[in-house]
Design a protein around this ligand. Sequence first.
Ligand code: 2E7
Ligand code: F3S
Length: 318
Amino acid sequence: MTKPPLTLYLAAPRGFCAGVDRAIKIVELALQKWGAPVYVRHEIVHNKFVVDDLRAKGAVFVEELDDCPDDRPVIFSAHGVPKAVPAEAARREMLFVDATCPLVSKVHIEAERHHENGLQIVMIGHAGHPETIGTMGQLPEGEVLLVETVADVALLDVRDPERLAFVTQTTLSVDDTADIVAALQARFPAIKGPHKEDICYATTNRQEAVKAMAPRADAMLVVGAPNSSNSKRLVEVGARAGCAYSQLVQRATDIDWRALDGIRSIGITAGASAPEILVDEVIDALKARYDVTIETIETAKENVEFKVPRVMREPAGA
Ligand code: 2E7
Ligand code: F3S
């Protein structure tokens, strides 16, 4: 039987960012340096495949520091942690390594600097997400107010409208965030903030690539986990940019083939925490059913790399 033709658009950039590469490397180096078990507080990045792979190598994933023994190393996930977490680890004299993405640490420092200058902070982010919890947790209770939507801006009860600053989560929708920033600036003209927002280069580039790809594709698959904020945003961006069907899949077995019935083109991208091997798996599944022609849609080149912390670069026993 002949296979139907399918044009497969591959978004570039897609998949791992520099912060994810670094975080995974930190866990691998920790296992080499200190042996198993090495504890990791929260999924190092939001991907089951990555987590399962590290677990097989001896990493133990826990949600709280309370679930770690005093005498084994613990790594904090790429999303960042409230100040109280390293403080507690230090009090318990634990060996800890912080795998927080440097671009998140930059936001933490920004928030602290505003606080030192006497400003109250508005954070644009998703409630309950570990990055939001970590950034808000850099300052005492009440010093950071959270807004998730434009509507939330009208409900803000601030201490002094003249002494305000905003920070953002790094993985938000660029377009939604612009609207929220505009609403903040309209209500609080004196509000200070970054040039645009704190959305990172990887989030921005992946959303841009999807915007270029989505209008051409009959359907779009985003490889990523259901708890991966940046991956979920790519699904939304795809739908909003004109793709009739946009689905998040963890791997090939998640593909809803019935929903793809009759398509002649498909766009593929991957969130910042999704390994390329899972993209390959999805492509192979499509090749098994269609006569596939691949076309890359590249809207940016990335060459960002982050160094691992000094302790991981030192020889064992140092
Ligand atoms: C850390 C940060 O692990 P992810 O899926 O995380 P999100 O925040 O998108 O749920 O992706 C990598 C990553 C992104 N941002 C890690 Cl702060
Ligand atoms: Fe960092 Fe952005 Fe990746 S904040 S972990 S570079 S998605």
